[in-house]
Design a binder for this molecule. Structure first.
Ligand code: SF4
Ligand code: SF4
Length: 250
């Protein structure tokens, strides 16, 4: 019997960089997280190909080549910067309403359940407890305490039709997007294409655009200021400015 132990010690060290969100969470937290859509093409044969196709969309190139494309609403923060909800003492300030992705850690509903094992190996510097004293979290490729994983997976499947309709529309409307995706897919290590979240808004039911803009635009301006003049963060800075302009902010 293959067992892996894991428990979170709430060290806060994984609360940096990109944070995938559900659509509902992105809208609820629009005043907290700078939002983009992360598009990720996967080649046929990749481990998460069929799940990614179910949660996102597929792109066909020629008669034989097909790519699965993940389209993920994301809090777009450089890896060295903390989540805006992380307090100075390393705790989550929004514990009661923190995103599904954070609750499911270290597991990920973007992967098949049988393919979670390496997520139970903490990255360097993380203080997750994986000792024999920690509870068994994963046994024989099955998640032991699975409520959060199941909730995240259900949320992703429920929202998939909205994302697929939007993705198919934008792919048809934007040849450069398709070109960029194919470039990323051709890289040996893969890659991502970042798309402004505002492109999705007309495709979402019941969005109060004024409310969304009032929350999101100042955040983009703030993050543009935080990343200004830092050579390694040029792409982030450019994106924040572009999003701010698209939302009518300067
Ligand atoms: S929302 Fe809370 S738990 Fe999630 S990354 Fe931010 S600080 Fe960490
Ligand atoms: S790094 Fe590990 S222990 Fe620290 S907050 Fe994240 S999951 Fe918990």
């Amino acid at each position: 019997m293959a067992e892996r132990h894991f428990t979170c010690t709430a060290c806060g060290k994984c609360c940096y960089g990109w944070l995938p969100l559900t659509l509902d969470e992105a809208l609820v937290h629009a005043g907290r997280f700078p939002l983009v859509l992360v598009w990720t093409p996967l080649r046929q044969g990749a481990r998460a190909f069929s799940l990614t196709a179910r949660l996102g969309t597929t792109v066909r190139l020629g008669k034989r080549k097909e790519f699965a494309v993940g389209v993920v609403p994301t809090s777009y923060i450089p890896p060295a910067l903390a989540c805006p909800a992380l307090t100075t003492d390393g705790l989550c300030a929004i514990q009661d309403v923190k995103p599904t992705r954070c609750r499911t850690m270290p597991f990920s509903a973007y992967r098949e359940e049988a393919d979670q094992r390496d997520l139970l190996v903490p990255r360097p510097g993380w203080d997750c407890d994986v000792s024999a004293a920690a509870p068994v979290a994963y046994r024989d490729k099955e998640i032991v305490s699975r409520q959060d994983f199941d909730r995240e997976r259900k949320a992703l499947l429920d929202q998939a039709p909205i994302l697929r309709r939007y993705a198919d529309w934008l792919l048809a409307a934007s040849p450069p997007l398709m070109e960029n995706l194919l470039k990323m897919a051709a890289k040996p290590a893969g890659g991502h294409v970042i798309v402004n979240f505002a492109t999705l808004l007309p495709h979402l039911p019941k969005v109060d655009m004024g409310d969304f803009t009032a929350k999101q635009a100042p955040l983009m301006v703030e993050f543009a200021a935080r990343t200004a003049g830092i050579a390694a963060l040029t792409d982030y800075h450019r994106r924040y400015r572009e999003c701010a302009a698209e939302l009518g902010a300067r």
